[in-house]
Design a protein around this ligand. Structure first.
Ligand SMILES: Cc1cc2nc3c(=O)[nH]c(=O)nc-3n(C[C@H](O)[C@H](O)[C@H](O)COP(=O)(O)O)c2cc1C
Length: 386
């Protein structure tokens, strides 16, 4: 069984629709449970005018009865309030391709004569669907004690904060820009304000952690079962994400091997422990049972008030881009999108590991899986029995 979904919908169409399949029976689910995650995608810091119009809410149209999933496909619908403003309106064709967007390649590929035919779907409005699906994955994984958190580790050229990861994740939950500390929150707010006033946009780096994972999700036996590869693909599928780091990958590349790898030792109780987690909770495509640690780089978004050099595809003449309402820096809003795609991939991996049709069945099987706490051998015992 896999956790699968397919979304449809344009940025200014009537609604976004999603079908989610593979969720076991018995998972408590209602629209309020999805609303908290959708609200995080609407954080105001760095957002443009669209977020002031929308109050995203995913209505559950199928697959849930009496507040519990039935195992049938779940249908979700998110209404685009902005559709009303566009409906029936004469919208002029958009013909100047914007660097950094789908525009040029899409018009060549699909033969469009109006870039809107591409941008309506390539827009990150679609990520609202992934957040709604991710909220289902979050609800499912929470039943097993698996939880994701994230914060904005850097934004624009603001240097990283000197705070512990624990402080950073905790502070971000209360921060409008998902900053790791009050000092960073102030710096991010100020940097966004300056960028907006100049007509610029900003990127940043998102740090993510998932705790409570058992040992051995994913596998090394075939490339397509490697969880590191699957998570990287999931994260890279999010609009404007240009890089992903697992654990300390980039500083690790410059570290001698004997110093980098996380030692395997026994503590005084006989438990097998890893005192460090530089591998980010993944070795050979499998979870180690330690927290999963990812960092994700988001490019400064391409729609800028400052005009950029391009070509008018209708005339072939040199042109500069024109501006339509847009974010300044959606990195804070993208945190929950990254959490969502990671949670969806982890829910799939857990379902593959556990099998089963009902949540209760899966919970019983989960209790038999090794976690770092349960790899607890007496000092004399071995993993390889004679
Ligand atoms: C949550 C979120 C909000 C975004 N908002 C905007 C936006 O307002 N304006 C814009 O130009 N790009 C925005 N983007 C990025 C574009 O969708 C993205 O840059 C575009 O699809 C091309 O990037 P790609 O080459 O990575 O697909 C946003 C991305 C995310 C994840």
């Amino acid at each position: 069984m896999a956790f699968r979904y397919l979304s449809a919908g344009e940025s200014h169409g009537p609604c976004l629709s999603v079908i989610v399949e593979g969720v076991p029976t018995g998972l408590p689910l209602d629209a309020e449970m999805l609303a908290a995650d959708l609200a995080k995608r609407q954080l105001k810091a760095g957002a443009g005018g669209r977020m002031a119009i929308e109050t995203d809410r995913a209505e559950i149209l199928a697959g849930v009865m009496q507040g519990l999933t039935t195992g049938a496909p779940i249908a979700l619908q998110i209404v685009n309030k902005d559709h009303a403003a566009w409906k029936g309106r004469e919208v002029p064709a958009y013909t100047t391709a914007r660097p950094g967007h789908a525009d040029l390649a899409a018009c060549v590929k699909y033969g469009f004569n109006d870039i809107r035919q591409a941008l309506e779907r390539s827009s990150a409005r679609e990520t609202a669907c992934r957040v709604a699906v991710g909220a289902i994955a979050r609800q499912f994984l929470a039943a097993f004690g698996i939880k994701a958190r994230s914060y904005v580790a850097s934004l624009g050229a603001v240097p990283e904060a000197k705070v512990t990861e624990a402080e950073a994740f905790a502070f971000a939950e209360t921060s409008e820009s998902r900053a790791p500390s009050q000092a960073q929150e102030d710096a991010y707010t100020n940097t966004i304000h300056i960028a907006k006033s100049k007509g610029e946009t900003l990127g940043g780096v998102i740090a993510l952690e998932v705790t409570g994972l058992p040992v051995g999700l994913g596998s090394y036996v075939t490339p397509d079962r490697r969880l590191d590869a699957r998570l990287a693909a999931a994260v890279m599928s999010v609009n404007a994400i240009k890089g992903v780091e697992i654990g300390d990958a980039f500083t690790g590349a410059a570290t001698p091997g004997s110093e980098l790898h996380d030692p395997i030792v026994r503590d005084e109780t006989g438990a097998i422990v890893r005192p460090t987690n530089r591998c980010g909770g993944l070795e050979a495509g499998m979870t180690t049972g330690q927290p999963l640690r990812l960092r994700v780089a988001m490019k400064p978004i391409p729609t800028t008030i400052i005009p950029q050099k391009s070509i008018d595809l209708a005339t072939g003449e040199a042109a500069t881009t024109t501006y339509e309402r847009s974010d300044t820096c959606p990195v804070p809003r993208a945190c929950v999108v990254i959490e969502s795609v990671v949670l969806i991939e982890l829910a799939t991996a857990l379902m593959e590991k556990l099998g089963g049709d009902t949540l209760d069945e899966m919970l019983a099987r989960f209790k038999t899986l090794p976690t770092p706490d349960t790899i607890r051998l007496s000092p004399a015992s071995k993993i390889f029995w004679p």
